[in-house]
Design a protein around this ligand. Sequence first.
Ligand SMILES: C[S@@+](CC[C@H](N)C(=O)[O-])C[C@H]1O[C@@H](n2cnc3c(N)ncnc32)[C@H](O)[C@@H]1O
Length: 198
Amino acid sequence: MTLTGGELAESSLTVARGNPDLVRIDFRAMDMLDIPGQYDCITANAVTYLFNHAEYEKAVASIACALRPNGTFISFDWYHAFDGQDLAITEFTAGHPDGLVIHARPYSRVSDIFRKAGLDGITFQPFRIPIDLPEPEDKSGDPITFTVKQENGDRLCMRGHCFNHGVMSWRRRHSNPSKQPHPIMAYVKWACGHDCDE
Ligand SMILES: C[S@@+](CC[C@H](N)C(=O)[O-])C[C@H]1O[C@@H](n2cnc3c(N)ncnc32)[C@H](O)[C@@H]1O
């Protein structure tokens, strides 16, 4: 399996290239709004929430072009079920003194944009963090993720004061009639170091 990693920031590419656990991945400067090449599977972890509406539509069109038939896009991002609420929260921090705009998009809007780009089989799965991440004692710094355990055992995923509406979404270019496990499962197994179906 050929694995390619894309990022805009050269600093992130340098860190990724120096990680011995990631030696199988070919890291390249890549803009998600204009993805070069063709792939069976594309994943994006916490990237598209940064895009404004026009950029988001461009990124989705780019993903649709870069996926081979039966290809899959898997994303972790800020999505939620309140169809009438399209959130753009501006966060001012030491790291982002001019403001970082965080977009939390409703499922319906995301689905419409994906369908318009020719992608189907869209599903949304709640993202659950299976470990306790401690609330920072010093709340003066840039926000970091922490978890708050609920009575039912689920953990709310917090970014400072904001609840992170984290969701995994699966989008297939076309449904897979053969029902064979998608090649992404092999990647997920490799990346997790165990069988993630468990
Ligand atoms: C919150 S970080 C997530 C980084 C990484 N995916 C991870 O999970 O650790 C968001 C990243 O998106 C990258 N990014 C922003 N716009 C991008 C674009 N148009 N194409 C590719 N990467 C982009 C930023 O450089 C930043 O490293």
